[in-house]
Design a protein around this ligand. Structure first.
Ligand code: FEO
Length: 164
């Protein structure tokens, strides 16, 4: 059984993952309006992935005899200055999620909850991938430097992301 402290913390992270999904969906909507369909698809797939993350927490709280508690999801920003701005904010958001996961892991260590630590290991690894993924796109966009032909090619590449 999860301690009440970890139950609250896991529910909080469930909400944070749902917010991430919302944020990426907002970025997808921005890209659609900015005529960047490849990036829009990339963000839509990322939004779906974040929902899967949320559902992992949902399932885990239930499996450990806890009670899932859903709170409101804050509205994400609707406007972004550019595709680079959107990906920079995505990278920042992923860094914040990494910090949250690390705090959660620390709490599980503090309570000697080894099962929770094992569950969180997947997220620790996943965050390495999430930060790298967003960071790589930020670097590519910085190199593209607003050159239309480069942005067009990059949008196509983003649109080839597997999934969905
Ligand atoms: Fe669920 Fe992108 O971290």
């Amino acid at each position: 059984m999860l301690s009440s402290t970890l139950e609250v913390a896991f529910n909080d992270q469930l909400g944070a993952e749902l917010y991430s999904s919302h944020l990426y969906l907002a970025m997808s909507a921005y890209c659609e309006s900015a005529n960047q369909p490849g990036a829009a698809r990339w963000f839509r797939l990322q939004a779906a992935e974040e929902r899967e993350h949320a559902m992992k927490f949902f399932g885990y709280v239930v499996d450990r005899g806890g009670r899932v508690a859903l709170g409101p999801i804050a509205g994400p920003p609707a406007e972004f200055a550019s595709l680079l701005d959107a990906f920079q904010r995505a990278l920042q958001a992923e860094r914040e999620v990494t910090a949250r996961i690390n705090r959660l892991y620390g709490a599980a260590v503090g309570e000697a909850d080894y099962a929770a630590q094992a569950f969180l290991q997947w997220f620790v690894q996943e965050q390495v991938e999430e930060e790298k993924q967003a960071g790589d796109v930020v670097e590519m966009l910085a190199v593209a430097d607003d050159v239309p032909a480069s942005l067009f090619m990059l949008d196509r590449e983003l649109g080839s992301r597997q999934g969905g």
